[in-house]
Design a binder for this molecule. Structure first.
Ligand SMILES: Nc1nc2c(ncn2[C@@H]2O[C@H](COP(=O)(O)OP(=O)(O)O)[C@@H](O)[C@H]2O)c(=O)[nH]1
Ligand SMILES: [Mg+2]
Length: 486
């Protein structure tokens, strides 16, 4: 970025931030970002959070609700005209009427709630709460802003050639080998490269490999940009610096990479990210445990990248004009209802271990950071089952149709008790640098894996006024908005 573009960008962000702040004086507003990689649980978390504020529930740790100070919460018109509204009612209806999880969303969406509450001294107040649900993949694009196309290509190709991924990168790498950066630019070659690169990224994300670090984010979630030139590029081996002719394939890739940064990454940062006050990052650690050590390592790198994005505003791309507002970040391991409660703290410890290094850095920057293991919607309950004279801790739920265990395929109706297995007492064993800490489906036969978490249907009985069962959702609420309701 040139000095001038940077200055204009900073001025714009500063102005938007200022406008928000002035508005915020008259009506206290809290803007919370809900993010996480695809399938981490953003839609479910946001739906459950809104439902809890509107309908209540068992929330012992969420003091404002526990003490009855929240009078009511109502949905308000969404303030940003160009952003889709979070489809709260539709998601709730799917959970209640179909007893099914809502379909995955791939775009940013927003919802505004007005929360009427009494301060501990009894003064009535209203807090306007804006929830912004956006793909974590888009956050992982922020480091691209400080990269040249050559840097990006080198990093991406090194990842694709690493053992954990090379198996699914074959066709893409073969085309990279055949297309030199200084060949003549050709639209059909660019399209084919982008197609093979995208297919490789998609293969990395399947349940079996469960990779997390897959930039650029819009390749897997193009939203409205599908097929546009800004998405029609791919990493290819860059030539020695400065030797690319303007009409070469490499120069074409480079231009489009820059277009991606300008047309996609910067606007997202400016219009959404820069305006957040607080952030929850949802993490599907259980899927990584299912897949194996390589997936866990990849998740760690992705979380590192996500936290780096929270620091971006403080150096590099945004200058002193812009002070990022995010003062609290909560990392939450989702789907804790797949585990017996004796493992909930262990899941939290694994997450803490995953964000450890990033955690140390963020502390220096003033944002408070915490971790929690939660289930926004609890799909299981606990039971003890006697087997061969032994009492075992089990969880009981209705596996989704097509889920499989021990050769049995579930029909989506029968309820079963399963033994999810314990997480290790300390996370260290899982992070064995040799990659032999545990076995997952990416590299071991199904019968020999250490973890196998089934997918359960949502619980029966959601709807009307009934509270939705959860695990530790109250802790997340207390961290994210407790102090703003005092
Ligand atoms: N059991 C259980 N499953 C969950 C929970 N949250 C999410 N899931 C599962 O994870 C899937 C993806 O969740 P979703 O919120 O759509 O993820 P998003 O892509 O981050 O918005 C859902 O379809 C559920 O199968 C939870 O609290 N409990
Ligand atoms: Mg979603």
């Amino acid at each position: 970025m040139t000095g001038l573009t940077r200055a204009i960008e900073d001025a714009r962000i500063a102005f938007a931030t200022l406008a928000d702040r002035v508005d915020g004086l008259a009506h206290p507003t809290l803007r919370i970002g809900v993010t996480g990689l695809s399938r981490a649980g953003k839609t479910i978390f946001t739906t459950a959070l809104v439902h809890a504020l509107m309908r209540g529930g068992r929330m012992p740790v969420f003091e404002a609700m526990q003490s009855g100070r929240i009078a009511r919460a109502v949905l308000e018109p969404q303030p940003d005209d160009a952003v889709p509204r979070f489809a709260y009612e539709a998601h709730l209806a799917t959970l209640a009427a179909d007893r099914a999880w809502p379909a995955s969303t791939t775009r940013v969406s927003e919802l505004r709630l007005a929360v009427r509450y009494a301060t501990p001294r009894g003064t009535e107040r209203t807090l306007t709460l804006d929830l912004v649900d956006y793909p974590g993949e888009w956050l992982l694009d922020l480091p691209l802003l400080d990269m040249s196309y050559a840097d990006f290509a080198r990093q991406s190709l090194a990842l694709a050639r690493a053992p954990a991924r090379a198996g699914v990168a074959g066709p893409y790498l073969a085309m990279v080998a055949a297309r030199h950066a200084d060949a003549l630019a050709d639209e059909s070659h660019a399209r084919e490269l982008a197609r093979l690169f995208t297919a490789y990224l998609a293969a990395c994300r399947t349940e079996k490999l469960a990779m997390s670090l897959l930039p650029p984010g819009r390749f897997l979630m193009p939203g409205d940009l599908e097929g546009s030139p800004a998405l029609t590029f791919a990493p290819i081996d860059p030539p020695a610096l400065g030797t690319m002719a303007a009409n070469s394939l490499g120069a074409m890739m480079e231009r489009r990479f820059e277009a991606y940064k300008n047309a996609v990454v910067r606007p997202f940062f400016r219009t959404h990210f820069a305006r957040l006050d607080r952030q929850i990052v949802l993490v599907d650690a259980l899927s990584a445990l299912n897949a194996g050590p390589a997936a866990l390592t990849d998740l760690e790198r992705a979380l590192d990248g996500i936290l780096a994005a929270f620091r971006t505003g403080r150096n590099g791309f945004a200058s002193t004009l812009f002070r990022p507002r995010i003062d609290k970040v909560l990392f939450a391991a989702t789907k804790a209802d797949h585990l017996h409660h004796s493992s909930h703290d262990r899941l939290e410890a694994i997450l803490a271990r995953l964000v450890e290094r990033a955690h140390a850095r963020a502390h220096g920057h003033g944002a408070a950071l915490d971790v929690v293991a939660l289930a926004a919607i609890r799909a299981t309950r606990e039971a003890q089952v006697r087997r061969n004279g032994e009492t075992l801790d089990a969880i009981v739920g209705t596996p989704e149709q097509g889920q499989e265990a021990g050769g049995h395929v579930f029909d989506g109706a029968e309820e079963v008790a399963v033994f999810p297995g314990d997480l290790p007492e300390t996370p260290d064993a899982l992070f064995d640098p040799s990659g032999a800490g545990f076995r997952g489906i990416a590299s071991a036969p199904a019968g020999e894996v250490d973890f196998r978490f089934l997918k359960f249907r949502p619980p029966a009985g959601i709807g009307a006024g009934a509270a939705i069962p959860h695990i530790r959702l109250d802790r997340a609420l207390e961290f994210l908005l407790g102090d703003r309701l005092a």
